[in-house]
Ligand binder design. Sequence first.
Ligand code: HGY
Ligand code: MN
Ligand code: MN
Ligand code: MN
Length: 414
Amino acid sequence: MSGIGGNLRIDAERLWASIMETAAIGATEKGGIRRLTLTDLDRAVRDWFVARCTEAGCSISVDELGNIAARRPGRDNSLPPIAIGSHLDTQPTGGKFDGVIGVLAGLEVLRTLNDAGYQTHAPIEVIDWTNEEGSRFAPAMLASGVFAGAFDRDYAYSRTDREGLSFGAELERIGYRGDEICGARRLGAFFELHIEQGPILEAEGKTIGIVTGVQGMRWYEVTVTGMECHAGSTPMHLRADALVAAARMIGAVQAVGLAHAPDAVATVGLVEVRPNSRNVIPGEVFFTIDLRHPDDAVLAAMEAALRERLEAAAREDGVAMALTRIWDSPSVHFDAGCIEAVEDAARTLGFGARRMVSGAGHDAAYIARVAPTTMVFVPCEKGISHNEAEKSEPGDIAAGADVLLRAVLATDER
Ligand code: HGY
Ligand code: MN
Ligand code: MN
Ligand code: MN
């Protein structure tokens, strides 16, 4: 890349300070963040983001899914914007960096361009995608999925949390239901900076992950129905214990994951026992399953094996079992041109880098359907994420943001 663009570097301290500022919104005692989608804390961090981008001279648009786009004009505003983004919602025991660094690195790119008086050819947009985590409202990446045409608006609005509150009502309540049609605008390219959320970069001593794609992911819901009965007066051979059956099924989920390891992963993360009383034999258990694998055909085989095992367990334990797939996000391959821009930037800036597939899901997985897309990973300590102890170094995050800046400017110049 020619000219001053090649010499621009982000302000690492300012970026770190913005990350620590947002970490205070929903801070937990253990040093993490609890900032679930469409809660008052999500509204607070959105308000913070809109205020900072407005101060940076951006125009703000909010679409009907609550996706916020902060736009910095370029020389030719008829061109589709080059977008940078990620998410500001977190897991219940989330960390300071998951999603946040992708949005705030975008803000830092805008600030750096402003400081340098650098005018890009195309407009630049920084986007906060609603409900990436999928913890409160399943599935994950819901709003970037609507933007990419994977879901329709009303399906997203209809999704409810475990208290029965709907996505649409909560979006309205926090005041972020915009009127722009979600997905109506074209993006020229999309770049997402994210912590790796795995151990590879740290183990190899690399600073930058050049992300070539995202593995396939499927989510399921299981309801096991037995018979509530008295814990004291019901003989063991007369029971239809939903929790004992569910426990065997959960063991089967792990067995399916292990059978296709090391590339497969299988997780049961949410379990509800009803009536959840210590002297009642559980009559019903609800639990979720998260299956992932880089190869969609293997993912399909894992699903078939899972279904067979759960049905056999239900028969043997004399309970009913309903297994519903609620989400299927096929594996994704990112754009070769964007990948090269990231690879060239890491090489020019002298950072150790390697190509890799993402184990975690990201908004980029859906945006890749509608725009040339890729991701930049930076290490996190011991690969720990979705955990309040999540940690990433200021130097690594700054390196990722500089690679992002350079890749965006190189794409803008093409
Ligand atoms: O589930 C995921 O991989 C993402 O963190 N939502
Ligand atoms: Mn994330
Ligand atoms: Mn996450
Ligand atoms: Mn994610």
